[in-house]
Ligand binder design. Structure first.
Ligand SMILES: Nc1ncnc2c1ncn2[C@@H]1O[C@H](COP(=O)(O)OP(=O)(O)O)[C@@H](O)[C@H]1O
Ligand SMILES: O=C(OP(=O)(O)O)[C@H](O)COP(=O)(O)O
Length: 398
C-alpha cells in the first residue's frame, strides 16, 4: 500500500481531504485554528516533495448551495500565513472546468483551496459522479480529515475507488488513530464521558453503544432538553429534537439496565434570547417557559458534574455544556474543564475532542492540562464505540 511516507509527490497534484471546519466569529475570523494547524504536516509533505496540494474541506452545514458565510475564502489568508507565505489560491468551486484549469496550471509548491464541498448536496449524499469529478482534479487522494472520518461522503470515502493505487492517510489521521488505540483498549476506571454541544441528532444515536463502555455519562448543553422533554418537562425554546424522544427514553432505560450512572443537568441558566445581552435566570431544566431557553448549566448541575469528573480515572469530553462563546453562558463549560484538569493532575487520563470543544479548552487556556486533544468529536465517539470509520475503511480498501 502507498503511504504518505513513501509516495513520490514530485510534479503531482495531491487532493487532500482535510477537516477545516473551524469555528468563525460573526466577522468571519477564525476563533480556533487547531484543525488547520494539525493538517499542516501533510500539506507541507506534498509541497516539500515537489507537488501541489489541492486542499478540500467542508465548512459548517450549508443547506442550499453556496452561501458566503460558509465560503472557504475566509480561510485563505490564514492558511497562507500558516504555510509561511506560500501561494494559496481559492477556487470558485470544488469541481468543474474552471477549477480543473486552475489546478492544472498550479506550479509545484502552490496550493489550491477548493470551495466548500457541501455547496453541492452530492457531497453528503456520497454521490459517485460528484466523487469522480473531484478525483479528476488530482493524481492521488490523501485523507487527513479525522474529524469527518465518520461521514461516508463523496470526498471522505466514495472518492477512494478512483484512486486504487494512489490513496493514503495523511499524518493527522495516522497519528490520531495510533494515539486513540492506546487509550481506548483498556481504560482505567471509572470512565466518565461528558457529552454536550448542539449536534444532538447526530450524537444521541451514539450514546446507546457508549453505554457499554462507560461508568458515568454526563449529558449537558444542548443534549439536556431532548431528555427533559422525553420525561414530560417544559423546555421552552431550548434546542430539542422531537424526533428523538423515544431514543432518549430508551437511553435512560438502557443506562439503568447496564448500571451506568447517568447525570443530567437539573438546573440551568436560561435566557430570554440567544444573545450575550439577554435577561437570564436560573431555572429547573424541566420548567422553562416559552420565550426562554437553557443556555448553560446551573450551579447545582455544575457541582454534580464536578464531583463525578474529579473522581474519574478516564475522562472523555465532547460538546461544551453551554454556549461558552458568550461569556455569560461559559461558567458550566469552564467548570467542567477545570474539573478535568484537576482530575488529570491527580493521574486521570483525559481526552477532549471536537471542533468547538477544543476551541472551548483553548479559550480558557486549559489545553496543557488535558492528556490528549483530538480534532474529532463525533468521529471520536464513533471510534470509541468500536465502529470502523468510513473515512478510514476507504483508505484501507475495506
Ligand atoms: N444549551 C445549549 N443550547 C444551544 N447551543 C449549545 C448549548 N450548549 C452548547 N451549545 C453549543 O454547542 C456547540 C458545540 O456543539 P458540537 O458541534 O456538538 O461540539 P463539537 O464541535 O465540540 O463536537 C457550541 O458552539 C455551543 O455554543
Ligand atoms: O466539526 C465536526 O464534527 P464535530 O462537531 O463532531 O467535532 C466535523 O467537521 C464534522 O462535521 P459534521 O458533523 O457537520 O459532519
Amino acid at each position: 500500500m502507498q503511504t504518505i511516507h513513501n509516495y513520490d509527490f514530485s510534479g503531482k497534484k495531491a487532493l487532500i481531504r482535510v477537516d477545516f471546519n473551524v469555528p468563525l466569529n460573526d466577522k468571519f475570523e477564525i476563533t480556533d485554528d487547531t484543525r488547520m494547524q494539525k493538517a499542516l504536516p501533510t500539506i507541507r509533505k506534498v509541497i516539500e516533495g515537489g507537488g501541489s496540494p489541492l486542499v478540500m474541506s467542508h465548512l459548517g452545514r450549508p443547506k442550499n448551495g453556496p452561501e458566503d458565510k460558509f465560503s472557504m475564502r475566509h480561510l485563505v489568508d490564514h492558511l497562507s500565513k500558516l504555510l509561511d507565505g506560500a501561494t494559496v489560491k481559492i477556487a470558485p468551486d470544488c469541481i468543474g472546468d474552471e477549477v480543473k484549469k486552475i489546478a492544472d496550471e498550479l506550479k509545484p509548491g502552490e496550493v489550491l483551496l477548493l470551495e466548500n464541498l457541501r455547496f453541492h448536496n452530492e457531497e453528503k449524499g456520497g454521490d459517485e459522479e460528484f466523487a469522480k469529478k473531484l478525483s479528476e482534479l488530482g493524481d492521488c487522494w490523501i485523507n487527513d480529515a479525522f474529524g469527518t472520518a465518520h461521514r461516508a461522503h463523496a470526498s471522505t470515502a466514495v472518492i477512494a475507488k478512483f484512486f486504487p493505487n494512489d490513496k493514503m492517510f495523511g499524518y493527522l489521521i495516522e497519528s490520531e488513530v495510533k494515539s486513540l488505540d492506546k487509550v481506548v483498549k483498556e481504560p482505567k476506571r471509572p470512565l466518565t464521558a461528558i457529552m454536550g454541544g448542539a449536534k444532538v441528532s447526530s450524537k444521541i444515536t451514539i450514546i446507546e453503544n457508549l453505554l457499554s463502555k462507560v461508568d458515568n455519562l454526563i449529558l449537558g448543553g444542548g443534549m439536556t432538553y431532548t431528555f427533559v422533554k422525553a420525561n414530560g418537562g417544559e423546555v421552552g425554546d431550548s434546542i430539542c429534537e422531537n424526533d428523538y424522544l423515544e431514543t432518549a427514553k430508551n437511553i435512560e432505560k438502557l443506562a439503568k439496565e447496564k448500571g451506568v450512572n447517568l447525570i443530567m443537568a437539573t438546573d440551568v441558566l436560561a435566557a430570554d434570547a440567544f444573545d450575550e445581552n439577554a435577561n437570564t435566570k436560573i431555572m429547573q431544566a424541566n420548567e422553562i417557559p416559552e420565550g426562554w431557553q437553557g443556555l448553560d448549566a446551573g450551579p447545582n448541575s455544575i457541582a454534580k458534574f464536578k464531583e463525578v469528573i474529579e473522581n474519574s480515572a478516564t475522562i472523555l469530553w465532547n460538546g461544551p455544556v453551554g454556549v461558552f462563546e458568550m461569556d455569560k453562558f461559559a461558567d458550566g463549560s469552564k467548570a467542567v474543564g477545570e474539573a478535568i484538569v484537576k482530575a488529570t493532575e491527580k493521574g486521570a487520563f483525559s481526552l477532549v475532542g471536537g471542533g468547538d470543544s477544543v476551541a472551548c479548552v483553548n479559550k480558557f487556556n486549559m489545553a496543557d492540562g488535558m492528556s490528549y486533544i483530538s480534532t474529532a468529536g463525533g468521529a471520536l465517539l464513533e471510534y470509541l464505540e468500536g465502529r470502523t470509520l468510513p473515512g478510514v475503511a476507504a483508505v484501507r480498501g475495506e
